[in-house]
Design a binder for this molecule. Structure first.
Ligand code: GLU
Length: 304
């Protein structure tokens, strides 16, 4: 039997939707539904401080209004500490996990990334002795990093094509548990996707560089791999990625400007080249003739 395709919406409830995350969710819905798959809604409320209860509801209403339907969920990350802790323990059994006492300033001083590249952790705390660890533990709570191999993680992205990253050279040992005790996004997302059966991950281009880290975690934890599509980001002036602060691209402003949810979807779809003419259409309309478009620039789409 062919494996069922399962995708997901994974919003962080830190604000209302905007053109950028509407586009990523639309692409997820279209790519998954056009393969006969289903969608899981997972509210990524791992970061208790940044997640706001009012947006947990609001983001679901926004999806509904736009016709971005889901088949399963909502699932949440809060309350799943046991599952993340179990994965963290398993990781510590099968890989090297060690405490890191570096501050943000230490991390920046130790590496000089080029613009847009990620910081490569220099491994500063990897070789600490037991005594040094005990001494530093008494002063501050550490974050926990996993040692990565000198190995290339390669995959073929449905939108970006072939992508590869040598984890040791281009990423370095990364954080799986933060110093405030929260499990890191990279770990939680891998555990959740596996448990919820998600095997088709469509999301913004900004997470492309995280995918090799997630593949490594999937491998060492014995979890299956997924298919990926990293879609271009919609960017504002000076190529700045749209955020919840860009008022003109927020869903309230979009509804005021375009009047109906269909007109909002039509505008975003036309901007991305999914349809030729900027006219109102529903997600279901787009699905009928959907093929992944060839984006002129796979990295970004200027907001208009
Ligand atoms: N929660 C993340 C966001 O809203 C998405 C994480 C993911 O797709 O892996 O940007």
């Amino acid at each position: 039997m062919a494996c069922e395709i399962k995708g997901r919406f994974a919003p962080s409830p830190t604000g209302r939707m905007h053109a950028g995350n509407i586009f990523a969710a639309l692409m997820s819905w279209l790519i998954v539904k056009s393969q006969g798959g289903s969608i899981v809604l997972r509210i990524e409320d791992l970061d208790v401080e940044r997640s706001k209860p009012c947006y947990v509801d609001q983001v679901q209403r926004d999806f509904e209004l736009l016709g971005l339907t889901w088949d399963e969920g909502p699932y949440f990350q809060q309350g799943r500490n046991e599952a993340y802790a179990a994965a963290f323990e398993r990781l510590a059994d099968v890989a090297e996990v060690y405490p890191c006492f570096c501050t943000r300033a230490d991390l920046h001083a130790a590496s000089a990334p080029h613009r847009g590249e990620k910081l490569v952790y220099a491994g500063t705390c990897r070789g600490l002795s037991r005594e040094e660890v005990a001494q530093r533990m008494a002063q501050r709570a550490p974050s926990w990093r996993v040692t990565v191999p000198e190995q290339e993680y390669a995959f073929v992205d449905l939108v970006q094509g072939a992508f590869a990253q040598n984890l040791a050279r281009e990423c370095g040992d990364f954080v799986v548990r933060r110093s405030d005790g929260l499990f890191a996004y990279q770990l939680a997302v891998v555990v959740d996707d596996a448990e919820q059966g998600v095997n088709c991950i469509v999301r913004g281009m900004d997470l492309l560089v995280s995918t090799p880290q997630q593949m490594f975690l999937q491998d060492v934890l014995g979890l299956g791999r997924a298919q990926y599509a990293h879609v271009p980001l919609i960017v504002g002036e000076r190529d700045r990625r749209l955020s919840k602060r860009d008022r003109d691209a927020g869903i309230e402003e979009l509804l005021a400007r375009f009047k109906t949810p269909e007109a909002v979807i039509g505008h975003i779809a036309a901007l991305a080249g999914i349809i030729e003419r900027d006219e109102p259409c529903s997600c279901a309309d787009l699905l009928r003739e959907f093929r992944i478009p060839v984006f002129p620039d796979n990295v970004q789409i200027p907001w208009q």
